[in-house]
Write a protein that binds this ligand. Structure first.
Ligand code: ZN
Length: 190
């Protein structure tokens, strides 16, 4: 009588445990990453934001979308919600983390004569200057639209709320510089 009761009890515990593990996979980003393929371009660059391919603004001349945003767009914008993971496109070294004017919170990944900037990222940095990272490694997440308490931040929306650099919504702005000259990231990423 008792033993069959305990068998049922342990069986129930096991079922609940499996259920909890399965459910939590929907909320833990690392579980989702297992399902999201890292796409490598012919030149060997990983797409920086796995699972998101919608370009909201291309490199080059454009109509400025918000006050302070450049009318010559020095990178590409890829739309994605806050918290989306961003990965290193190449093996390299982190050479900047901080708030960079119109870029908002920014992480820069460098290798040889190439600098790759990830803008409008989360202020909770996952890497620090000097970190050596590998292609595919998570180095940042898409940041919030609004940021508060940033000294010298002149960017804001039409209601005066301070924004994460010159941005109208959550997205990754990625910029490529080769010998300090801006290049079209899609030439490398696609
Ligand atoms: Zn941009």
């Amino acid at each position: 009588m008792f033993s069959s009761f305990f068998k049922l009890y342990y069986y129930l515990i096991a079922v609940i445990a499996i259920f909890v593990i399965l459910i939590s996979c929907f909320f833990i980003p690392t579980c989702l990453n297992g399902e999201t393929q890292i796409v490598i371009s012919p030149l060997g660059f990983a797409w920086p934001i796995p699972g998101y391919t919608r370009i909201t603004s291309y490199f080059g001349k454009r109509t400025s979308p918000t006050a302070g945003a450049s009318s010559y767009h020095k990178g590409v914008d890829i739309g994605a919600p806050e918290g989306t993971v961003l990965i290193a496109t190449i093996d390299g070294e982190i050479t900047y983390t901080g708030f960079l004017g119109g870029g908002g919170y920014t992480v820069t990944l460098s290798k040889d004569n190439m600098k790759i900037t990830y803008c409008h990222v989360s202020p909770i940095f996952l890497v620090k200057v000097g970190d050596v990272v590998q292609r595919g490694q998570i180095i940042a997440t898409v940041g919030p639209k609004y940021v508060y308490g940033v000294k010298g931040n002149t960017y804001h929306d039409e209601n005066g709320k301070p924004t994460n650099g010159a941005t109208t919504g959550c997205h990754l702005h990625i910029g490529f510089r080769i010998d300090e000259e801006y290049a079209n990231p899609l030439d490398y990423l696609q």
